[in-house]
Design a binder for this molecule. Structure first.
Ligand code: CO8
Length: 303
C-alpha cells in the first residue's frame, strides 16, 4: 500500500530503498554516539592510521609501516583490529585504503615471517593472512584501494579484495601476484580472487609468470579500474566512493555477498587444511632456500 503510494508519487523503488537505507543507518546512532564513535575510530596505532569523516561516513586508512608496509603478523593484527572496529561502527559506510610510505602501497607478505620461523609461528602468521582476506573480501563497507605505489603479491591481494582499485599512473609502480618469481605458489584463494577480477586467462598467465604489471598494463587487463595522476588519487577515490555509496546499501551488500560468497565459503570450509598446507610447504628446505635467495636479491638490488 505504502509502496503503491510511493509509485503513484512517481518516486522510484531504488530511490525509496536508498532513502530507507540511509535513514536506517543514520537512525541507529544518536549525536552522542556519533561523537563517541568519531573519537573511537580516528585511531593511530604504530602501523595503521584511521580517519573517519562523520559527515560522509567514509574512513581513510593509511598504512604507515616503513620501509615497505610489509604484512607482518603485527601489521596484520593491527590491520584486522582497525577493520573490525570500522565494520562494527554503523556510521561508517566506506573505507579507502592507501599508504603513507612513499612509492610503496604494500610489499606484500613479510618474507621474514616465512623465513627461518618455527612451524607454529608460520601457522599463526598464515591464520592472520587468512583473517585479513576474509574480513576485507566479505566487508559490508564499500572498500576502495587507492594504490599509491608498488603493490606486489600480498599487497596486490589486499587491493584485489576491495570493491574498486585506483592506481597512480606512474610506470615505476607495479602490481601483480608475483609469487612464482619467489619460487612459491599463490594459494587457491589468492588465485580465485585474481580470477574473479581479471578472468581465467589473464589470471593464468599472470600467476604462472609472476607478472608485475605497470599501471597501464594493469588497467588493460582489469586488474585496476582506473589510473590517475598522483595528485588526483584521493579526490578520485572519494568520487568513486560517493558513486558506490549512492546505491542502496542492502542491495549492494547482498549483491557483493552473492558474487563473493562461493569464494569465501571455499576458504572457510578448508581453513585449517590451508594452514597445514602453508606450513608444510613454506618450511621445506627447497622453499626456504628460494626465499633466502630472493631476500639476498632484494638486498643486492639495493646495494
Ligand atoms: N618482506 C620483508 N622485507 C621486505 C619485503 C617483504 N615483502 N620487501 C622489501 N623488503 C625489505 C628489503 O629487503 C629492504 O630491506 P633492508 O632495508 O634491510 O635492505 C627494505 O624492505 C626496503 O626494500 P627496497 O630497498 O627494495 O625498497 P624499494 O622502495 O626500492 O622497493 C618494493 C619496494 C618494490 C616493494 C621492493 O621492496 C620489492 O619488490 N619487494 C619484494 C616484494 C615481494 O616480492 N613480495 C612478495 C612477498 S610474498 C607474498 O606476499 C605472498 C606469499 C604467498 C605465500 C604462499 C605460500 C604457500
Amino acid at each position: 500500500m505504502a509502496l503503491r503510494a510511493v509509485l503513484r508519487n512517481k518516486r522510484t523503488l531504488s530511490g525509496l530503498f536508498s532513502q530507507l537505507s540511509i535513514n536506517t543507518n543514520h537512525g541507529r546512532v544518536c549525536a552522542s554516539t556519533v561523537l563517541a564513535t568519531h573519537q573511537r575510530n580516528n585511531s593511530t596505532s604504530s602501523k595503521i592510521s584511521v580517519n573517519l569523516d562523520q559527515s560522509t561516513g567514509v574512513a581513510v586508512m593509511h598504512m604507515q609501516s616503513p620501509p615497505v608496509n610489509s604484512l607482518s603478523l603485527d601489521f596484520l593484527t593491527e590491520f584486522c583490529i582497525s577493520l573490525e572496529k570500522l565494520e562494527m561502527d554503523k556510521s561508517c559506510h566506506g573505507l579507502i585504503i592507501t599508504s603513507s610510505v612513499p612509492k610503496v602501497f604494500s610489499a606484500g607478505l613479510d618474507i621474514l615471517e616465512m623465513y627461518g620461523k618455527s612451524p607454529e609461528r608460520c601457522g599463526e602468521f598464515w591464520k592472520a593472512v587468512q583473517e585479513m582476506w576474509l574480513k576485507l573480501y566479505s566487508s559490508n563497507m564499500v572498500t576502495v584501494a587507492a594504490i599509491n605505489g608498488s603493490s606486489p603479491a600480498g599487497g596486490c591481494l589486499m587491493s584485489l579484495t576491495c570493491d574498486c582499485r585506483i592506481m597512480v599512473d606512474n610506470p615505476r609502480y607495479s602490481i601483480g601476484l608475483n609469487e612464482t618469481q619467489l619460487g612459491i605458489v599463490a594459494p587457491f584463494w589468492f588465485k580465485d580472487t585474481m580470477v574473479n577480477t581479471v578472468g581465467h586467462r589473464h589470471a593464468e598467465m599472470g600467476l604462472a609468470l609472476g607478472v608485475l604489471y605497470s599501471p597501464t598494463e594493469a588497467l588493460k587487463i582489469g586488474l585496476v579500474d582506473q589510473i590517475v595522476p598522483e595528485d588526483k588519487l584521493m579526490t578520485t577515490a572519494e568520487q568513486i566512493m560517493a558513486k558506490w555509496l549512492a546505491i542502496p546499501a542492502h542491495a549492494r551488500q547482498i549483491t557483493k555477498s552473492m558474487m563473493r560468497k562461493p569464494t569465501i565459503d571455499k576458504l572457510t570450509s578448508k581453513r585449517e587444511a590451508d594452514v597445514q598446507n602453508f606450513v608444510s610447504f613454506i618450511t621445506q628446505d627447497a622453499i626456504q632456500k628460494s626465499l633466502r635467495t630472493y631476500l639476498e636479491m632484494l638486498k643486492k638490488r639495493k646495494a
